[in-house]
Every structure is written in structure tokens, then in C-alpha cells.
Design a protein around this ligand. Structure first.
Ligand code: GZL
Length: 342
């Protein structure tokens, strides 16, 4: 455990309360105020982690938050400061600055978008605080400003969705059928949206008979997913395939389809491809309502904790750590659905 020369804990606690009050007072925080730990002399026995979570926009995100909170506990030797940025980068930057002034031992954050982190990460480096990026990625421009990344391969997820569609069309004997596709995209500029889009497009580009009518963001939320899908249904009467870049947007899209009398899945009007593979969505795969769900594994906390423990022991860690993921269809979902944590 790194020993740091700390100002008196009491002074630090007072400084933190004053700064939090000031920031709240000027409406600076749009997220949750820190779930601060009781800073006392015993805190030197613990590894302090400041975690900036990008939001609580989806079932997946809640599972990701739970995976962090469930491991960074006092029992495991940690004190966790958690901040929910409500999908606003400025809130994440404020939270990270708060962690720096708190002189936490590690800063962990899931970046809402890939760019705009250089300044605050230089501040963290100047304070000598290692930064671990989790879930989404940040641009290579900041490559040297963080210690390691733990997450999922969004581009591979997009490619898996494209390859499933290729196989599906082959299996129904219509590999060259002209198909019209609409895409509900996630938060624009997030590595999840960029990767899934690039991955799926890399397969679609090989098929002249695949026509992407429109791609529009619904920000990974169910509410926006319903809104955008309703716009698509209003605009197009020839949709064959819906690609939805997360299950929450899929849930919203299904609500819109129901209002328009459009069915999906095995015997439906449209093929429905989703991402994340949260439990509620896998039940829809079992029912034949979602044709395929490409997993994005939110259970990343244990990987981050293991990395911190290895760093504390002076070990080297890989720059990238990808968690394993599957693709679920009616053929395999029964085998897995009951043994999952989310
Ligand atoms: C993917 C993750 C995405 C999920 C969404 O790594 O960042 O953000 O796919 C979540 O459900 O909102």
C-alpha cells in the first residue's frame, strides 16, 4: 500500500466538506455528491479509490456500477468514493478533480465519450495518482495518461452482429435478398457507439444488398429508443432489420413497434439485433422476440480490483484487458440464462 504524506486527516475532511459545499452551492455538481468515506487515521489501512461512473442510463450501467461497488469494500481493503455523472463529461471531470484534491490512491472512471480528457488526466498525473479506465475507451491521444484499461471490445461486438446477420440470411436461403436496415446508436462519440457502428458497418460494406436506411442516436436509453424507433416507423414502411446498440434502446423500440403493430424476431415483421445481453433481454431472446443479443459484459469490478492489487504489489499490468463475451440466440440462451449475475 503506497504511503502518502497526508495533511492532517481532520484538515482534509474539513477541506473536502467546504469544497463540496461550495461546489454544490454554485450548482457545480449535476451528479450525486461523493459517497465520501469517513477520512480518519484508519484510512491509511485502506486503498482509497475514486470512481467516476458516467451515469445510470441503462440496466447494463447499473450492473456495471454494482460490479464496482461489490468489490471495493472495506472487507477487501478498500475505501470507495463514488460519483454518478449523469452522462455529462463535465461532471466526470469535476469528480476526478475532487478525487485529486482528496488525494485518493487510484482514480477509476468509465468515460462517457472518447475525447476531452487530456487536461484532467495531466492533473491526475501531476498529483501522482494512477488512473484506470474501465468499460469505455478514451482516445489514443491520452494513451500515456492512464495506467490501464479494462473493458469490452465494441468493434468485435459490432462485427459479431454483422456476421450473425450474414449467417441468418444464408440459413433462410436468401443471402442476396435486398434488406433495409435501421440502426439505433448509443451515445455519439462513445467507444461503444463508435466500435459497434464500425464493426457492423465493416460487414455491411461487403454486401451491396444490405441497405442501411438510417442510423440515429437514442443515447442508450429506453425512452429515446422508443422515440427514435417511432420516427423510423413513421418514415419507413420497408424496414427489414433493426440494429439496436443496447438492450435499453431495444426495450423502447419494442414499445414503439407495438404501437405501430410491427412484430419482431423469429416470426416477426422485422429481425431484431440487440447488444448487452442483460437478463430481461435474454428472456426476450428465449421468447423469440429478439433474434440475437451480442453480450457486453458489465462485470468488470473484479478485474479492476485484481489490477490494483497487482499494482500495489509492484507488478506490471497489460495496457488493455478485454473481458470475455458471448452471442446469444434461441439456440444457446437456455444454457446460460440462469447462471448469470446480471
Ligand atoms: C458498453 C457500455 C454501454 C452499454 C450500454 O461498453 O459502455 O453503455 O452497451 C451502456 O447499455 O449505457
Amino acid at each position: 500500500m503506497r504511503k502518502m504524506i497526508r495533511p492532517s486527516c481532520f484538515r482534509m475532511l474539513v477541506a473536502f466538506i467546504l469544497s463540496a459545499v461550495m461546489l454544490v452551492g454554485c450548482g457545480a455538481f449535476d451528479g450525486e455528491i461523493f459517497e465520501a468515506y469517513a477520512v480518519d487515521d484508519s484510512s491509511d489501512e485502506f486503498i482509497t479509490v475514486g470512481f467516476s461512473q458516467l451515469g445510470s442510463e441503462s440496466v447494463w450501467r447499473s450492473a456495471n456500477t454494482e460490479s464496482i461497488k461489490s468489490v471495493f469494500t472495506k472487507e477487501n481493503g478498500f475505501l470507495l468514493e463514488f460519483n454518478n455523472a449523469r452522462q455529462k463529461q463535465e461532471n466526470q471531470i469535476k469528480a476526478i478533480r475532487g478525487f485529486i484534491s482528496q488525494r485518493v490512491d487510484y482514480i477509476v472512471f468509465s468515460p462517457v465519450t472518447e475525447t476531452g480528457w487530456e487536461t484532467v488526466l495531466v492533473e491526475a498525473r501531476s498529483a501522482g495518482i494512477p488512473v484506470i479506465v474501465v468499460d469505455r475507451k478514451i482516445s489514443s491521444a491520452s494513451e500515456k495518461l492512464f495506467t490501464t484499461w479494462v473493458g469490452t471490445d465494441a468493434r468485435a461486438e459490432g462485427e459479431k452482429a454483422g456476421r450473425w446477420l450474414e449467417q441468418y440470411l444464408a440459413d433462410i436461403g436468401k443471402p442476396n435478398k435486398k434488406i433495409n436496415i435501421v440502426v439505433l446508436q448509443g451515445t455519439i462519440g462513445s467507444s461503444a457507439q463508435l466500435g459497434r457502428t464500425m464493426g457492423f458497418d465493416s460487414i455491411a460494406d461487403k454486401h451491396k444488398n444490405w441497405n442501411i436506411l438510417e442510423q440515429q442516436t437514442a443515447d442508450f436509453t429506453a425512452a429515446k429508443g422508443k422515440e427514435v424507433m417511432a420516427e423510423f416507423l413513421e418514415k419507413y414502411d420497408n424496414i427489414d432489420v433493426v440494429v439496436s446498440q443496447n438492450d435499453d434502446m431495444t426495450f423502447g423500440a419494442l414499445d414503439a413497434m407495438k404501437e405501430y403493430g410491427v412484430t419482431s424476431g423469429e416470426n416477426g415483421d422485422v429481425v431484431l439485433i440487440s447488444f448487452d445481453a442483460v437478463h430481461e433481454a435474454l428472456e426476450l431472446v428465449q421468447q423469440g422476440i429478439i433474434n440475437v443479443d451480442v453480450e457486453c459484459n458489465p462485470d468488470q469490478g473484479k478485474y479492476v480490483m485484481d489490477i490494483i492489487k497487482r499494482l500495489e504489489a509492484g507488478e506490471e499490468v497489460d495496457k488493455e484487458n478485454v473481458v470475455e463475451e458471448l452471442v446469444f440466440t434461441k439456440d444457446n440462451v437456455d444454457e446460460y440464462i440462469d447462471n448469470r449475475t446480471y
